[in-house]
Design a binder for this molecule. Structure first.
Ligand code: UD1
Length: 419
């Protein structure tokens, strides 16, 4: 069993480079299915979710070659008959839902195992399906599979009852070649929604308004190959910023788009950190004692749900009473039980967690309960004095490239062992 062993209590110091966003690359890869030419995608992180997606594309007939962070993808030989071979991969990850939108556009008929992913709440895909149906498709769910088919896809007016990143992107994938105009109202505005729309536009799509809550897509007959660089990962950047703050360190987080980091910068500043923002980097200096804060998770540009767990570690040791109100995923609090093993004083009531700051976290044997909870466990281990062991690393591997190496570079005493 793989474990991370951390001897905590060392402030992080130095610089860290951020690679491309997982959630963006996970939309760009299926988008390549929509053309019959080669695409070159740069700044793709080397993480398990991406390896899984490469496996999905390869199994259905695409040729995918990787050189460092660049992928060369040729989807001209994708074969509808091979879709049934990707059942295992699709059940492993949430973002496999994008295969539905992309393959619906390509073949007008797709049957896939229902998507998996982190167990952080109910995570329905009803809004994705509502979008496909509005475009003229029929959706049937049976025995763990979803079958979506259409004679033809026609532009429609779609209102999302809840702001959903996945549904916004999936409807874009399903409508770029639909006849006429599709409007998505109450669309998600996350940086990766904009990134995927930009990539589709570089392939010849006509998408306007991505980044606002109304997106208009005018269907085109054909898309062509494109060369594209994935936007930097806002969540990975935020993870290192929070780790710097929690350990009262001094870290320059490089290769990022500072505007995407505003909610995190605001909260770390409230916690008493000194933040300097440059063109494409942010320096975070953590100051003791950290101050209590309140966060309410919201769709972008609100505070991202993916960073409430790492931020929870700061709240464990901040001076006073801090609160998290989780408005996006109801089940994103399992990590609290792990933090309690380390002496944290936290009270959970529905979607509200109240943290009564303690002076120190204690070392313990803890586990990553999902991807971002795993990041929180690492930060907790870096903060706690003594030896902390973290198991269930498969969750962390899904989304963080070289996290042990990067943290060691910043001075942390962290190793990964296979026992
Ligand atoms: C994506 C991200 C995930 C992030 C989340 C919120 C990917 C691969 N994953 O997840 O890392 O935490 O956005 O920023 O990009 N909902 C419905 N019906 C639907 C779809 C969603 O009710 O059909 C609800 C969800 O239960 C949730 C909310 O909408 O409460 C937001 O979910 P959504 O934005 O769709 O998240 P994901 O796409 O699953």
């Amino acid at each position: 069993m793989d474990k991370m062993i951390i001897n905590g209590g060392i402030p992080l110091k130095g610089e860290v480079n951020i690679v491309g966003a997982k959630n963006s690359a996970l939309g760009v890869l299926p988008a390549t299915i929509l053309c019959e030419e080669k695409c070159i995608i740069e700044n793709v992180p080397d993480i398990q979710d991406i390896r899984n997606y490469i496996s999905i594309l390869s199994k259905i007939g695409a040729e995918v070659n990787r050189e460092g962070h660049t992928l060369y993808i040729d989807t001209s030989n994708i074969n509808q008959g091979k879709i049934s071979t990707i059942e295992e991969e699709t059940t492993k990850m949430r973002a496999s839902y994008y295969m539905i939108g992309a393959l619906l556009t390509k073949f007008k008929d797709v049957c896939l195992a229902l998507p998996g992913g982190c167990n952080i709440g109910d995570r329905p895909i009803d809004l994705h399906n509502k979008g496909f149906e509005a475009l003229g498709a029929k959706v049937e769910i049976k025995n763990g599979f979803i079958h979506v088919h259409a004679k033809e896809l026609t532009g429609a007016h779609i209102y999302l009852d809840v702001v959903s990143v996945g549904a916004t992107i999936n409807i874009m994938l399903a409508s770029v070649m639909a006849k006429g105009v599709t409007t998505i109202e109450n669309a998600a505005k996350e940086p990766h929604v904009v990134d995927i729309a930009n990539f589709l536009n570089m392939m010849g799509a006509k998408i306007k308004g991505a980044g606002t809550d109304v997106i208009r897509i005018t269907g085109v007959d054909k898309l062509h190959g494109a060369e594209y660089s994935v936007v930097p990962d806002q969540i990975t950047a935020g993870t290192y910023m929070i780790a710097a703050a929690a350990t009262c360190g001094d870290v320059l987080v490089k290769n990022i788009i500072p505007r995407h980091m505003e909610p995190i910068v605001a909260k770390l500043a409230e916690a008493g950190c000194i933040i300097n923002t440059y063109d494409d980097s942010i320096r975070v200096v953590g100051k003791k004692p950290l101050k209590a804060i309140t966060i309410k998770t919201m769709p972008y540009p609100g505070f991202p749900t993916d960073l409430q767990q790492p931020m929870g570690v700061i709240m464990c040791i901040a001076n006073g009473v801090s609160t998290i109100i989780e408005n996006v995923f109801e089940n994103r609090f399992k990590y609290i039980y792990e933090l309690k093993k380390m002496g944290a004083d936290i009270m959970l009531n529905g979607n509200v967690a109240v943290f009564n700051g303690v002076e120190k976290l204690q070392n313990a044997k803890i586990q990553a309960t999902d991807l971002r909870a795993g990041a929180a466990m690492i930060i907790a281990g870096l903060v706690a004095e003594g030896r902390t062991e973290i198991t269930q690393l498969k969750h962390i591997d899904r989304g963080y490239e070289k996290i042990v190496e990067n943290l060691r570079q910043l001075g942390a005493d962290i190793v990964r062992v296979d026992e």
